[in-house]
Design a protein around this ligand. Structure first.
Ligand code: RIB
Ligand code: CA
Length: 313
């Protein structure tokens, strides 16, 4: 079977960067058609710059990187420099990327790619707010049925929120976009905080990545050394949660994960719980299941996969 065709929609962000590196290190399994950037952790100009820095750090500058939406559908942008630093990639020494942005908008690239590829053969991997995907679905509803799967990092249920008591950041930034996706009918697999908080970049795990002795290994270790500080201080955890790489690891080794197919609705009205992913985990409503909501992961197996793949760069 050929490599799986994917588009990664992202707001780098150190954990996005590790997800990109994992995908770029796995060309036998993943055919990365393009990277579309969205405003989220930091503004769009920085997420679009950071995605290209990561491609150059991986030595993979043939992947087109597009700029997408610079603000949520109907709300002002909320960013997360308090987590990711002012650059969005604080930690390693950064540089001005040489590779140019691809011509055109990321939303148009998503639409055109889904229209031209065989239906059911392109997976959308979303690592940030869902603005680009929702904009594409609004503009071209015909592409929805052509999506193979949406694998997203977002939401939280048992783990509750990280940007508010009720909401996870990616969903909170653009809840209307998330509502469009969850009501679209497209096949969805969700990596919420419930599982991402179980894959922590502990010091031994980061040391094993640094010990690879490569540019990509050093770059990753430097990012994770910075990225951990917020969560260690806030949660008292033993390392930074590798949220976004769970999306790519799902495509490479789904057996590392377990979850439940449930109904997920998005709160878009209440200021108190805006952006909450209301997952009907116990089936107490008659709402139809619309997402595979992942709750657990084999963390050791995840980091074994990640470290082994980073060694290939
Ligand atoms: O809440 C975690 C998510 O928000 C991750 O995707 C992180 O990169 C930020 O975008
Ligand atoms: Ca992200």
């Amino acid at each position: 079977m050929g490599a799986r065709k994917i588009i990664i929609d992202t707001d780098p962000g150190q954990d996005d960067a590790v997800a990109l590196l994992l995908a770029l290190a796995s060309p036998q399994e993943l055919d990365l058609l393009g990277i579309t950037c969205v405003a989220g952790n930091v503004p769009l100009d920085l997420t679009a710059k950071n995605a290209r820095i990561v491609c150059e750090a991986a030595g993979k500058t043939d992947v087109p990187v597009y700029a997408g939406k610079k603000a949520p559908l109907n709300r002002p942008l909320v960013t997360a420099e308090h987590v990711h630093g002012q650059t969005g990639l604080d930690g390693p020494e950064l540089w001005e990327p040489q590779m140019p942005l691809a011509a055109g908008n990321g939303v148009d690239f998503i639409i055109d790619t889904l229209r031209h590829e065989t239906p059911g053969t392109v997976t959308l991997c979303t690592l940030g707010p869902l603005t680009n995907i929702a904009a594409a679905f609004n503009t071209a509803p015909d592409i929805i049925d052509r999506v193979q799967e949406i694998v997203m990092m977002g939401g939280a249920y048992f783990e509750v929120g990280n940007i508010t008591p009720a909401a996870e950041f990616n969903i909170y930034v653009d809840p209307e976009a998330a509502e469009i996706i969850f009501r679209s009918g497209a096949p969805i697999t969700v990596m919420p905080l419930d599982v991402t908080h179980k894959v922590l970049a502990t010091k031994p795990r980061v040391a094993a990545i640094r010990a690879l002795g490569s540019k990509a290994g050093h770059f990753t270790a430097e990012m994770l050394d910075f990225f951990e500080r917020f969560d260690v201080e806030k949660y008292g955890s033993e390392g930074g949660p590798l949220h976004d790489p769970c999306v790519i690891a799902w495509l490479l080794k789904p057996e590392l994960f377990s979850g439940r197919h449930v109904n997920v609705e998005i709160e878009t009205q209440s200021d108190l719980t805006l952006g909450m992913t209301v997952a009907d985990w116990w089936g107490v409503t008659d709402r139809q299941p619309n997402a595979l909501f992942i709750g657990d992961a084999d963390a050791e197996g995840f980091f074994k996969l990640l470290t082994e793949r980073l060694a290939r760069l």
